[in-house]
Design a protein around this ligand. Structure first.
Ligand code: PA5
Length: 437
């Protein structure tokens, strides 16, 4: 399962001297918050579907997702996933963790619908229209939107749909799969009219908690990820943490103890580039869940070592209102030994014969020591290994901790009323008469 370790600033930082004791005391409250999650008695308990889907996994639906994914794999060169926020970040993070960034998956997976940049939109459409090996490229679009009306995704989908019609005429609908709420919304209307294949995002699962529904499972299965193992890892974690919630309680308590000391930012980083996608996924999960009623710790993604050479200075010596969460791998996922090259003149011969993983671990442990000595409390979250099963457990662990953390802050983890503010202003500027809420 997932391991948590807190590294506290030393006595040079009197303001953090009792942080460990505070966290220990908060753990009792965290247990009450955990009970609210498990018993469904907390705020927003109608949104606990992310637990329900693990308590009674819908294996028939998983088979259906796999069948559709196999069909898409057989019939596509390029698959575009159109979605934003919780409708794509989870799948993107898992793909980054499990696939080789230097080779394309087959079919290749591209993302759209998460911005309205005209240049990249035009570039994507041009790319899709470019023949492959002298043939019309076989493109499939998976459009994902629970509400079915998010403007960034909807505009991208409109553009993609028109390209598909230009390329395949009457057959364009076959090249589209929609994942949306059970009913209502513009996307469901199009599904009915055009006959697109469709998967459902259950009503009781919020967007950022939906990666283990078809939202994440279909794109991942198309890319060749073992979704049954992923789900199984999450199911096992669900049972495990319901009986032994300590790790989740300790992590949530640690963050609350930091928050109560005035910590405003949580830097979520990793020394393993394949885990960096999870910084964005966690950023949304935690930020959108806890940041309300003027509360919450602002989550900031970071990628190490590179950001040690950009943010390292301010982390080490800037304003002391930071904590850090480091995502760590217990085992190397590939072996690379630093070769010997005595004539090179790079003064690196002392490292010859060591694995790059062990050198990276020294960078990690050195950073933890430097940052904690510099007055930054550090949470280390360790995954036993990098595979589908441990990622499933990791996802559930984060969902659970987030819910506990929010209940400790007395906020509803599952809504996002503040996101509407920008939408309202934008739609007003766009003269969209149909928009309300
Ligand atoms: O967590 C959430 O519900 C949101 O962040 C959504 O995932 C995001 O806004 C996308 O919404 P939709 O899937 O309705 O297009």
């Amino acid at each position: 399962m997932i391991h948590f370790e807190a590294v506290y600033p030393d006595s040079a930082w009197p303001e953090y001297r009792t942080l460990a004791d505070d966290a220990q005391q908060i753990k009792n409250l965290a247990f009450i918050a955990f009970k609210q999650v498990v018993e469904g008695t907390g705020k927003g308990s109608e949104w606990l579907g992310w637990r329900r889907i693990l308590s009674y996994p819908n294996l028939e639906e998983v088979q259906e997702v796999k069948r559709r994914a196999n069909w898409i794999r057989e019939h596509s060169d390029t698959v575009v996933i159109a979605g934003i926020g919780g409708s794509y970040l989870g799948a993107k993070a898992i793909l980054q963790a499990l696939t080789n960034p230097f080779t394309k998956t087959n079919p290749e997976i591209l993302f759209s619908g998460f911005h309205m940049g005209s240049k990249q939109t035009a570039q994507l459409l041009d790319y899709l229209k470019t023949p492959l090996n002298g043939q019309v490229r076989r493109v499939h679009v998976i459009v994902i939107s629970k509400s079915g009306s998010t403007i960034e995704t909807a505009i991208s989908f409109r553009a993609l749909r028109i390209v598909l019609k230009e390329m395949y005429g009457q057959g364009a609908s076959e090249h589209i799969t929609a994942i949306t709420g059970p009913e209502g919304g513009k996307l469901n209307g199009m599904v009915e009219k055009e006959g697109y294949a469709k998967f459902i995002i259950p009503d009781d699962v919020g967007g950022r908690f939906s990666v283990l529904t078809p939202v994440g499972l279909l794109p991942l299965a198309v890319a060749g990820v073992e979704i049954t193992t992923l789900l199984d890892g999450a199911v096992k974690a669900y049972s495990y943490y319901d009986n032994k919630p300590d790790t989740a309680l300790e992590y949530a308590s640690f963050r609350i103890a930091c928050y109560k000391r005035g910590i405003a930012l949580d830097i979520i980083g990793s020394f393993e580039p394949e885990l960096n996608g999870f910084s964005s996924w966690i950023q949304q999960l935690m930020g959108e869940s806890e940041g309300k009623d003027l509360k919450g710790i602002f989550p900031v993604g970071a990628s190490y070592s590179t950001d040690l050479h950009s943010l390292g200075q301010i982390i080490q010596e800037g304003r002391r209102n930071l904590m850090e969460t480091l995502l760590v791998l217990d085992k190397e996922s590939a072996n690379y030994t630093i070769p010997s090259d005595p004539e090179a003149g790079d003064d690196l011969e002392y490292l010859a014969g060591r694995t790059l993983f062990s050198v990276n671990q020294s960078a990690l442990n050195g950073t933890v020591k430097a940052h904690s000595n510099g007055g930054v409390p550090v949470a280390m979250i360790t995954l036993p290994e990098l595979n589908e099963s441990s990622l499933g457990a990791f996802i559930y662990f984060y969902e659970l901790t987030t819910a506990i953390h929010c209940y400790l802050l007395d906020v509803n983890p599952f809504d996002q009323p503040g996101v509407e503010a920008y939408k309202l202003e934008m739609r007003t500027l766009l003269n969209d008469a149909s928009y309300s809420s």
